[in-house]
Design a protein. Structure first.
Length: 340
């Protein structure tokens, strides 16, 4: 599999632990065996998408939030988020102003800090920690003898992704490794699973799962709306809640459509709507479910299944199957299958 540069799509060649474009003008690091294929100044770390939008004009606040969560070892992140929203914005009207201004923002603009573009020692330490944790059943969720909606959903997802033989699969969002482990469990030994995450540390999970399941898993640090792959290079692309936890959904799905082969499949696990994920930040200020979903849609975030279907359809990817898994009366996920 040949990687390409994330924006200009020039072929990359490995040279002394770097990936260098064929014209020699661009180079990208390979750290701990992971190619870091991010556009310049992109922060190689996952963060809560809604909070970055609310505070997009206050990058110092975003830095303070994440430092407090990390340094104080905070269990309930939402309490920290809510505290800062109240301090900085205070009212529903002010939050709406932040959303309205973000709508005009260019897709390419990313909230970055002083360490933007660099993999830090902390991220490498976390990468190694996740790598070790994932070498075993505890982290490899589909190996647990679990019951209920969560475990059934993971198993069905893995089976559906792997139902048609292929030599390579692309996964968006490694995260804690649930989707990665599910797909790896059902894919053939001669298949390669490329798993992409913007959070470098999360990719440690991919290596741990690869060792435990003895499967070919290739971690890639990249931005979803700048995927470093050639056009029509995958017959199967999948994601387990990756769209729910991302920004710029339209651009991401455009990239999926670009690299998905004709007759290729896109398998998605997603919440039926995003209110169940975002309500704890917005509900205290009087935002209703309907208002929240409209805001998320306008701000180019995942909103609900209907909007997902609309975007996919506009890009030539038609829904062919959907199965719902309900955790309780308030939380439901669906596994959707699209074909190009």
């Amino acid at each position: 599999m040949t990687f390409v540069t994330p924006q200009s799509h020039k072929e990359l060649i490995l040279n002394n632990n770097e990936l260098v474009s064929i014209d020699g003008k661009e180079s990208y690091s390979v750290i701990k065996g992971v190619p870091v294929l991010l556009p310049e100044k992109t922060n190689p770390d996952w963060s809560r998408e809604l909070i970055e939008i609310i505070f997009w004009e206050h990058p110092d606040v975003i830095t303070n939030i994440y430092e407090k969560i990390e340094n104080d070892n905070v269990a309930d992140w939402n309490e920290v988020y809510l505290k800062y929203v109240k301090e900085i914005h205070g009212t529903k009207e002010n939050i709406l102003k932040a959303f309205d201004s973000y709508k005009q923002k260019e897709t390419d603009v990313w909230i970055t800090g002083d360490k933007s573009g660099n993999i830090t020692n902390k991220q490498i330490e976390a990468f190694e920690k996740f790598n070790k944790k994932s070498i075993g059943e505890k982290r490899t969720v589909t190996k647990i003898n679990g019951t209920g909606s969560l475990w059934d959903r993971y198993r069905y997802f893995g089976e559906l992704v792997c139902k048609k033989p292929t030599d390579k699969i692309l996964e968006l969002a490694t995260g804690a490794g649930g989707g990665t482990a599910s797909v790896a469990l059902y894919m053939s030994n001669d298949c390669d699973l490329y798993t992409v995450d913007i959070g470098f540390d999360c990719l440690g999970n991919a290596l741990g799962i690869a060792k435990y399941q003895k499967k070919n898993i290739i971690p890639v640090c990249a931005n979803f709306w700048y995927l470093p792959f050639k056009d029509k290079s995958f017959k199967t692309i999948c994601t387990a809640c990756g769209l729910d936890e991302s920004r710029e959904i339209i651009e991401t799905l455009k990239e999926v459509a670009r690299i998905l082969a004709n007759d290729g499949r896109f398998v998605v696990v997603s919440r039926n709507n995003a209110f169940m994920r975002q309500h704890r930040i917005l509900e205290p200020f009087g935002f209703t479910e309907k208002e929240t979903l409209e805001i998320l849609k306008d701000c180019r975030m995942y909103s609900d299944l209907n909007n997902l279907d609309e975007i996919c359809d506009s890009l030539g990817m038609q829904l062919i199957s959907r199965k719902e898994y309900r955790d309780n009366e308030n939380i439901a996920h669906s596994v959707s299958e699209y074909i190009k």
